[in-house]
Design a protein around this ligand. Structure first.
Ligand SMILES: Cc1cc2nc3c(=O)[nH]c(=O)nc-3n(C[C@H](O)[C@H](O)[C@H](O)COP(=O)(O)OP(=O)(O)OC[C@H]3O[C@@H](n4cnc5c(N)ncnc54)[C@H](O)[C@@H]3O)c2cc1C
Length: 405
């Protein structure tokens, strides 16, 4: 049995901790957020690999994950139907997954979650790793960096490797079902919806409502609207709050400028199908995230490995952020079971995951290229047809079982 240190206790960290603890290892997770992350975040598309991984983490069979949709639909600006596609999927929410994984870790043997602890860095010793944190040092056999896009572990290993802004942002929000009109409920609510203004893309789908309620009337609709924002003044304005403070590494949902929200809602009325404009209008607190790519040069060095968003971030069009973290965690568990909790296991893990993760990052770049601000300034990238976008976005790459209707 080894002692595995895990930096970051979001979904990737919790997946890794659950799998390794259930495999008999001692795990210590260090998460900088002081309170439970539950309640934050929005919708997540599930894939078969994610569900299988959750079972392996101990989730009981039959656990309700979220809301099922039978199909996809694209609406034009006037609300006309531009295309439909049969594609059954289960849509969950970040908060539901966090609740499940957090509950499972609580029951797991030899697992400790240290909240409100910031990881500063690490030192490899001859026989292990010493982790420096805001509450003192901890020693373990191996360290797994699950500390996300701005990973401090990655920064120490490969200082030159950092996220690259893609040239567009995602406006996001969750609108309660109870606020929506009959027209909206009947047309898009129970489907995976798309709207494709020139050089932009809105997608959305139903998710569990507050308290993870999945019953009709208590659900919500999660939307993501990708919009170009050139580096410089345009992006800076979006990331500046109403007090004039600029947040270059991402603006917290409650700090997003009201003026920018109003501008975005106004654009929604002009550019989106009326039912989507209604959803955007009725969403109380829309928020905003710059879209970035990240591909680390290596996933592993010595006794330290990266997992999830700390290693690779594929744009959300692939719909794989959470599933990718689960696949990393499953590969790590498999490598430990074959090689023991050793540096050799980390090398095997990296061999299993590096190439596929790079392919996912490339796929995300390809799917999003036509929305980049640079593309809108004169390149020849063609707009994408509804059928193509629906059949490529957030699909289960293991089971692309979609049929046109
Ligand atoms: C609050 C939140 C909400 C999200 N909502 C969505 C969503 O709605 N839809 C979606 O597709 N994706 C969402 N994501 C991203 C999604 O969770 C990730 O793509 C996926 O789960 C892989 O996550 P990760 O665990 O690798 O990285 P992340 O989810 O980014 O987690 C990294 C964790 O490390 C912690 N951390 C960072 N630095 C340190 C440090 N120095 N010391 C200690 N801890 C540190 C962070 O606080 C965070 O909890 C969200 C992430 C977060 C944190």
């Amino acid at each position: 049995m080894a002692h595995v240190l895990i930096a970051g206790g979001s979904l990737g960290g919790l997946m890794c901790a659950n799998l390794l603890a259930r495999a008999g290892h001692q795990v210590s997770v260090f998460e900088k957020a002081a309170s439970a992350l539950d309640g934050r975040g929005a919708g997540i598309v599930t894939h078969s690999a994610l569900i299988q991984g959750l079972y392996r983490c101990g989730m009981p069979v039959g656990t309700e994950l979220g809301v099922s949709v039978p199909s996809r639909i694209t609406l034009g600006q006037q609300g006309d139907v531009l295309g439909e596609l049969n594609m059954p999927q289960v849509l969950t929410s970040w908060s539901r997954l966090y609740q499940i994984l957090h509950g499972l870790l609580h029951e797991a043997p030899r697992a400790t979650l240290h909240r409100g602890v910031v990881v500063y860095g690490f030192t490899e010793t001859g026989t292990g790793v010493n982790l420096q944190t805001s509450t003192g040092d901890s020693t373990g056999d191996l360290l797994i960096g699950c500390d996300g896009l701005r990973s401090s572990i990655r920064r120490q290993l490969w200082p030159a490797s950092s996220p690259v802004y893609a040239g567009y942002v995602a406006w996001r929000g969750v609108c309660p079902e109870s606020l929506l009109s009959h027209e909206c409920l009947n047309t898009v609510f129970e489907r995976f919806g798309f709207c494709l203004p020139a050089g932009e893309q809105l997608i959305g789908y139903p998710v569990a409502g507050p308290g993870n309620q999945c019953a009709a009337g208590q659900r919500a609709w999660n939307f993501v609207w990708y919009r170009a924002a050139a580096t410089g003044r345009q992006l800076e304005t979006l990331l500046t709050d109403d007090n004039g403070q600029h947040h270059p590494e991402g603006i917290a949902p409650h700090k997003v400028s009201r003026q920018q929200v109003e501008r975005m809602r106004n654009d929604a009325r002009n550019l989106l199908a009326p039912v989507f404009a209604e959803i955007v209008e009725k969403t109380l607190e829309p928020f905003l995230q710059p879209i970035s790519d990240l591909a680390t040069p290596q996933m592993v060095q010595g006794r330290v490995a990266l997992l999830g968003d700390a290693a690779y971030v594929a744009r959300p069009h692939v719909g794989m952020g959470v599933t990718k973290a689960m696949q990393d965690a499953l590969a790590l568990e498999a490598a430990f079971s074959e090689h023991g909790a050793t540096s050799a296991a980390l090398v095997a893990y990296s061999e299993a995951r590096t190439s596929i993760n790079r392919q996912l990052v490339d796929r995300g770049r390809h799917l999003g290229a036509y929305m980049q601000s640079s593309a809108l300034e004169g390149s020849t990238l063609p707009p994408r047809a509804a059928a193509k976008v629906m059949s490529e976005t957030a699909i289960d790459l293991d089971f692309p079982a979609a049929t046109m209707v």
